[in-house]
Design a protein around this ligand. Structure first.
Ligand code: GLA
Length: 344
């Protein structure tokens, strides 16, 4: 029996930058998805999602597309096979501690845990670097689940380190740990009460708008865009580009503010990120605004939408002594995806 764990993630700042070759500053959290894998005889993969009480069975040699959580399992088997991994018949049991649609990357946590469990069963857990695995997980999400997401969630889940956020440059795919010393402050997440779905929300439409802006500007990615270029675009494309340019700058400013121990500045940057995601990128909702408002009333130095937007959890930075609103959970950076009991 093999047990693999994929953590969810919180993104401190750098939203909707990953698929634009930009910058972000996420960290892996303690909550996530656990996959138990037990080799079986026969030719089937059997997977069960404990919280849903559902089971899926399919031929190991020929996974067909499916909906919902089944798409992740089938995609993981197919993509690993494509990579040349011999995926053997197995019984997979999936349990998790992150709510689906929360914006804490339950999807990436599931992909990563599945892939690590299946690789480990094939004796190949150590043979693939984590960037390659992040790309593979992202193909599961793009091609099997239908969400055109970038690499943010998968890299955060795979590369997380205790006490550190990760400064990720999505152009070079350099992942650099940044010490997250909050000097007595707390980061908390709060549920907006609205479930988000990347496959069906405006997420894919934002990606198309960014691609369209690049096309009109004759550049390869929005990492190369400038504010002068943005002025030449009709709206809403101009606003989308201004968000990406500003958000990349805010990631660098947040890294500098953390190094200087200036948490008030970090709070202002979170607020500025939120304002831009609401006004320029237009991914907020009434429920998200209400949750951000509750964090501000509790004294947050900054609060913002997190992840793809259109619902999900929001993030707030509370100063020492501030009482978190009811239902808020403190989040701290934890280790990345791992095998918990090799051959246990
Ligand atoms: C979701 C996607 C990520 C990223 C964020 C927005 O979490 O999965 O790839 O695009 O939204 O920053």
């Amino acid at each position: 029996m093999i047990t693999a764990f994929g953590p969810g993630r919180v993104n401190l700042i750098g939203e909707h930058t990953d698929y634009n070759d930009g910058l972000a500053l996420p960290f892996a959290i303690a909550d996530g998805v656990t996959v138990r894998a037990e080799a079986t005889a026969g030719d089937l993969i059997e997977a069960s999602a404990d919280d849903l009480g559902e089971t899926d069975r399919f031929l190991a040699a020929s996974p067909e597309p499916a909906d919902g959580w089944r798409a992740f399992v089938r995609g993981a088997v197919a993509e690993l096979t494509e990579l040349g991994v011999a995926v053997e018949p197995v019984r997979l049991t999936i349990t998790g501690t992150i709510a689906r649609g929360s914006g804490l990357s339950s999807s990436a946590a599931l992909e990563v845990a599945l892939v690590l469990a299946l690789l480990s069963l094939a004796g190949e857990a150590g043979d693939h670097d984590r960037i390659e695995l992040a790309r593979l997980c992202s193909r599961i999400e793009n091609d099997w689940v239908g969400a055109q997401t970038g690499l943010l969630d998968q890299l955060a889940s795979l590369c997380g380190q205790p006490d550190h956020a990760l400064r990720i440059d999505f152009r070079s795919l350099e992942v650099a740990p940044v010490r997250l010393d909050l000097v007595g402050h707390k980061l908390v997440t709060l549920d907006s009460g609205e479930e988000h779905s990347l496959a069906t929300s405006g997420y894919n439409e934002r990606r198309r708008e960014c691609a369209e802006a690049c096309e009109q500007l004759g550049i390869e990615s929005l990492r190369d865009a400038t504010t002068v270029m943005a002025q030449a675009l009709a709206e809403p494309l101009g606003r989308r580009v201004r968000h990406v340019i500003g958000e990349n700058e805010r990631v660098e400013q947040t890294v500098a503010a953390l190094a200087a121990g200036d948490l008030a500045a970090v709070g202002e940057l979170l607020d500025a990120s939120h304002a831009s995601l609401r006004e320029n990128y237009e991914v907020s909702t009434d429920a998200v605004e209400a949750a951000v408002g509750r964090l501000r009333e509790a004294g947050a130095l900054g609060a913002r939408i997190m992840g793809g937007g259109f619902g999900g959890y929001v993030l707030g930075l509370l100063p020492p002594g501030a009482e978190p609103p009811d239902g808020a959970d403190e989040v701290t950076p934890g280790a990345g995806a791992r095998i918990i009991e090799p051959n246990g």
